[in-house]
Structure formats: structure tokens, C-alpha cells
Design a protein around this ligand. Structure first.
Ligand SMILES: *Cc1c(COP(=O)(O)O)cnc(C)c1O
Length: 398
């Protein structure tokens, strides 16, 4: 079939196809499908004239290699036409800190949604505070009401959708429209949905970061971050990356690229299995509430449906009131759900959480113990049977 319109211009490739094709340079790779893992610092110049002119595709390992270039091209293709560049960083947290340091100076103010990833708060409250930058927090459900929180010196608004652990859904386009009018940049932590299911940069976001440790890597075997920026923000981001000396090791860059190639199939499966498990959990008597914006009973469902094309495998549940010993009995009984931090790999995880102690703009008072679940690639029948055993132990200890 001919993928051209009547003018002869080829139709733009789908994201699914771009994930597979972008960043591949078969000739440069001597025919191999994948780029080499370039371990390199020094790049040699053939002549003195080339050296003086800094001529050459590469200049120094920290500034890029054929491996980082392939990954960046694939990530730019994934983000779409709004993306002016993607920086790569050694972790998700370093993607957040790099993005913030790129846009602030002493005397500035930043606004952060109250359900942001906790280390984001710690970076703002400790490091930015020390540098003379003030942070204040807002209710993630504020929407256009963000206007009343913007100050003359507000330079950035940080959002995360849905929020870490508690999964409230901010209205990013509404927040971004107000921020833009004010001249503040919008930074989105897009780790949960990835650009595949949430087109941040098309919804008014200027800088979209991802903990690529999660779904981009996809196998719980790397620490990695990415910072994607539009044309307005990319000069600041690329300057910060250069000045801070941020780069990532070549093996992790390669594994991030390898993960990216299969992101679409993995995420489709996490999406479907996660929603299946979430629906099943809503019917369990031990569960008070399921916090998953893909459920049509969720308060964030309308925004999710409007702004997202899918969901990942991460969501939370609130159990019926029970002593800690009952929750621990559940945790110690399940075996397919591992207990551990992070998520986005092929395996299922469960972790208890409580955001009450560090929220400042909103209250976290769910009325029972809360667990965050990551639904991996196991059979959902097996996962349900595992949780059923866990719930039996929970009930016995209540
Ligand atoms: C894990 C995570 C991060 C941090 O990523 P690391 O690679 O662990 O530094 C940032 N944001 C969100 C939403 C995360 O879940």
C-alpha cells in the first residue's frame, strides 16, 4: 500500500512505527540493526584545522556518542514535532533537578503540585531553597485556579499526572494555559504514561521529563532519565546539561534504547492487565477504593480520557481499616508481587505508602491503609490468585 497523500508527500509514520525505525543508521552501523555501545571520552581530530574549528560529528564523550545520538533521535521521534531536543541523564531524579536548574535563578519562585514525586519536593525544599529559589505547593485539582498562586517571580510550574502514589489527575492544559500567559514554563513528570500515552509537549508543557528507569528501560535493570523540551525551553535545558556535566553511561544508554523499541507492546499489556486488575480489585470486599484514572468511577477519569490515550500498570488501592499487622500479613503472603521501590519493569510489585506527613497544600486521609501496585507481565489469573491468598491472610489478621 502507498502511504502517500494525493500530493505525493508520504503520510507521517505512526508513533508505533517511529519507535522501531527512528535513530537507526544502518550504513554507519556497518549493516547491524543496533548502534554499537560506544565507550568513549576522547574523540580524535584528523587535522589541526579540524581541531581549531571543532569540526566533526562528535567532539567529546560527555557531549554525545553514536549510542546517545541513536537514543536521542528515537526519543525525539516518540515525542513528536513539538520536541526540539532530548537530554539524557543518569536517573529520573537527575532529569528533574537538571530541568529545574535549567530554568531558575536566585530570587525566583516555583510552583509544584502537591502530589509530585517526593524526591522532587526534597530537591525543591532543600537544594533550590539553598540557592535562593522559593517553592510553594498547590492542589493538583486546581486547574485554571493556578492563576491565584502565580507570583511576579514565578518561573516554573511543575506537574505530574497522575500524581505519584495517590493518582489525582491535574488538568495540565488548563494549568499550562494560565502559566503560559504569565510567562512561566511548565515542567511535567511524564513517567507514568510515557509520551506514548500522554503527549505532554502538545498539551502546553515546555519540559517533559521521564524516569526512563521505569517503562523506557522496562526491565528493572537501569537507572536513567530523559528531559524533552520544546523550542522555547531546549536552549536552557541543553545549556544546563552542558554546564552541569550531565551524561549517562553507554551501557545504560544502550539498554534504554533497547527498551524503547518494545515500549509499545509492553505498555499495551501493562495498560490492559492493570485495568483488568483494577476492575477486579474494585469488587473485593477488602478494598475500599481503587485509585486508577482509567476506571470510569475515578474522579480523574474525564481528564484522563481527554488527555491520555492509555494507562500504565501502576495504581493504588485503599484497604478497609485494618491494623498494620494485617497489611504486613498480606505483604508477607503474596509471592508474585515483590516488595520494592521503583516500577515499570516486567514484574509485579506492591508497596505500602502514606503521603500524609509531607503533603502541604492538600490532606491525605484515605481512611485505610494504602498500597501501590505495579502490574507486570505475568498472567492476571495468577496475579489474582496471589492477591486472593494475600487477602485471606489480611482477613485472618484483622
Ligand atoms: C521513579 C520516579 C522518578 C525518579 O526516577 P529515578 O530513576 O529513580 O531517579 C521520578 N518521577 C517519578 C514519577 C518516578 O516514579
Amino acid at each position: 500500500m502507498d502511504a502517500s497523500d494525493s500530493s505525493g508527500t508520504p503520510a507521517p509514520l505512526s508513533t508505533q512505527t517511529r519507535l522501531v525505525t527512528a535513530g537507526r543508521d544502518t550504513a554507519a552501523q556497518k549493516g547491524f540493526v543496533n548502534p554499537p555501545v560506544v565507550h568513549g571520552s576522547t574523540v580524535l581530530y584528523p587535522t589541526a584545522a579540524d581541531l581549531h574549528a571543532h569540526r566533526g560529528e562528535y567532539s567529546y564523550g560527555r557531549h554525545g556518542t553514536p549510542t546517545t545520538k541513536a537514543l536521542q533521535q528515537a526519543l525525539i521521534a516518540l515525542e513528536g514535532p513539538q520536541c526540539a531536543g532530548v537530554g539524557i541523564t543518569p536517573s529520573g531524579v537527575s532529569a528533574i533537578s537538571t530541568a529545574l536548574l535549567a530554568v531558575v535563578k536566585a530570587g525566583d519562585h516555583v510552583l509544584v503540585c502537591d502530589n509530585a514525586y517526593r524526591p522532587t519536593r526534597l530537591f525543591c525544599d532543600q537544594m533550590l531553597n539553598r540557592l535562593g529559589v522559593e517553592t510553594s505547593y498547590f492542589d493538583p485539582l486546581i486547574g485554571a485556579g493556578i492563576a491565584s498562586h502565580l507570583r511576579p517571580n514565578t518561573v516554573a510550574v511543575v506537574v505530574e499526572a497522575p500524581g505519584s502514589q495517590s493518582f489525582e489527575m491535574p488538568d495540565i492544559p488548563a494549568i499550562a494555559a494560565v502559566a503560559k500567559q504569565h510567562g512561566a514554563l511548565v515542567i511535567d513528570d511524564n513517567t507514568w504514561a510515557t509520551p506514548l500515552y500522554h503527549r505532554s509537549l502538545e498539551q502546553g508543557v515546555d519540559i517533559s521529563i521521564q524516569a526512563a528507569t521505569k517503562y523506557i528501560g522496562g526491565h528493572s535493570d537501569i537507572m536513567f532519565g530523559t528531559v524533552s523540551a520544546n523550542a522555547a525551553a531546549w536552549p536552557k535545558v541543553s545549556e544546563a546539561i552542558r554546564l552541569l556535566g550531565v551524561c549517562a553511561g553507554p551501557d545504560d544508554v544502550f539498554l534504554a534504547l533497547r527498551g524503547l523499541r518494545t515500549l509499545e507492546v509492553r505498555l499495551a499489556r501493562h495498560y490492559q492487565a492493570g485495568l483488568d486488575m483494577a476492575r477486579w480489585l474494585t469488587a473485593r470486599p477488602e478494598v475500599q477504593r481503587v485509585l486508577h484514572p482509567g476506571l470510569d468511577t475515578d474522579p480523574g477519569h474525564a481528564i484522563w480520557k481527554r488527555d491520555f490515550t492509555g494507562a500504565s500498570g501502576l495504581f493504588s488501592i485503599v484497604l478497609q481499616p485494618a491494623p498494620q499487622a494485617a497489611v504486613d500479613a498480606l505483604l508477607d503472603t503474596v509471592s508474585l508481587f515483590g516488595m520494592g521501590y521503583s516500577w515499570g519493569g516486567f514484574e509485579s510489585l506492591v508497596i505500602p505508602f502514606d503521603c500524609a506527613s509531607y503533603r502541604t497544600a492538600t490532606q491525605w486521609n484515605p481512611g485505610g491503609p494504602a498500597l501501590r501496585l505495579h502490574i507486570g507481565l505475568e498472567s492476571t489469573d495468577d496475579l489474582k490468585a496471589d492477591l486472593e491468598r494475600g487477602f485471606a491472610a489480611f482477613n485472618a489478621a484483622r
